[in-house]
Design a protein around this ligand. Sequence first.
Ligand code: PGU
Length: 464
Amino acid sequence: MATFAAASAKPMAVIDSSQLNLSQKKLDGLRIGYAFAKRKDSSSLKVKSVSRINMTIATDVSRFEGVTMAPPDPILGVSEAFKADTNDLKLNLGVGAYRTEELQPYVLNVVKKAENLMLEKGDNKEYLPIEGLAAFNKATVELLLGADNNATKQGRVATVQGLSGTGSLRLAAAFIQRYFPGAQVLISSPTWGNHKNIFNDAGVPWSEYRYYDPKTVGLDFEGMIADIKAAPSGSFVLLHGCAHNPTGIDPTPEQWEKIADVIQEKNLTAFFDVAYQGFASGSLDQDASSVRLFVARGMEVFVAQSYSKNLGLYAERIGAINVVCSSSDAATRVKSQLKRLARPMYSNPPVHGARIVANVVGDPTLFNEWKSEMELMSGRIKGVRQRLYDNLSAKDKSAKDWSFVLRQIGMFSFTGLNKAQSDNMTNKWHVYMTKDGRISLAGLSLSKCEYLADAIIDSYYNVS
Ligand code: PGU
């Protein structure tokens, strides 16, 4: 009797050797034999028998039988579907990535100039320290808080270069999980789809606060404040620093003050996600005003930054996590622990994007050129917004108010289209967008606005 273990998720099978089609001759001669057994469930087993040791290798029963198929990513999966569509009319308004009027990806001129400088200098490719490139960390915190910020001058900011916005959020989430186990993160409803994944994977519990009011197509400020007030003490409140994704609706400066009041009174901690600095208003300073307001009050905050959008460095994966603390001593300790978390995860961050940012922000000429290019990009999106609104208003004979398109800011418009209507946009009109009704205006050209308006009106009125 020979015993064979099936290398699969299925229970171990015990098979009598009389069931096997063995070549006894070969077995005797080599003392190593291969046999093929037909099990009752008809899966084959290839068996290698070496002297006293019986080893089993499954040929058609995978070790990964229990691994289920993951669904496509709700945002990045849209780009994959877009690529597969062969229709000439197709439009990719899924991912928030800036395109030119010709709908081509755009590499900023300042980025090319910075890269040329780097090439001339012949920078090496040595490992960076765990916390990243020093010149980048200095530049990024200055860009966020302003050049002469007290918190920076007093050494109260722990800054660690991260793998863009996502990696920076994930590192902070790991920190929260380790040092504040059980503490909740409150996230806006709705929010960028990946926020929930990030906190789920880090083992940080989250709940939602009201944010978007479909009736007014605006901010549910009362709901937001009530939900933050009701949060358990010690919770973290995730806030989009500017250009809220997906709604394009930001609190007013007065509302930001009230949000800060409640967070302060309730002893909560704000956690800003700043992925669009410069894309909301066109001004890097103005778009950081929410964060600066909290820091000016002496509040301790987390801020994740990304250079994917504002410098177009999507694939360079460059960003940072900043923890503004109430003392330099606390900042030193927090930074040491962020590094400790980063080390076994990815060891140290990539250098190329960090050098680009450091060169652009650190050089007054390049910095000014960047500001002009930012204005150009955000200006193009505003132009497309206006054209889309004009087309929607002109074509819609029912006098529906489409002015929310103009009120929303940043890269996106939250159209209010439901899933079935969004499906119609894609299936009938070849307009690729996320199923929550979000369209990226950064991927739209003036010449495509009329076509898009037709698609929206058809989907809105003819699909329920
Ligand atoms: N935070 C928010 C609010 C974002 O919208 C994004 C990107 C990020 C962080 C992270 O961007 P990084 O590239 O990691 O810096 N959101 C885009 C890009 C596609 C995606 O989902 O990653 C979007 O289309 O929503």
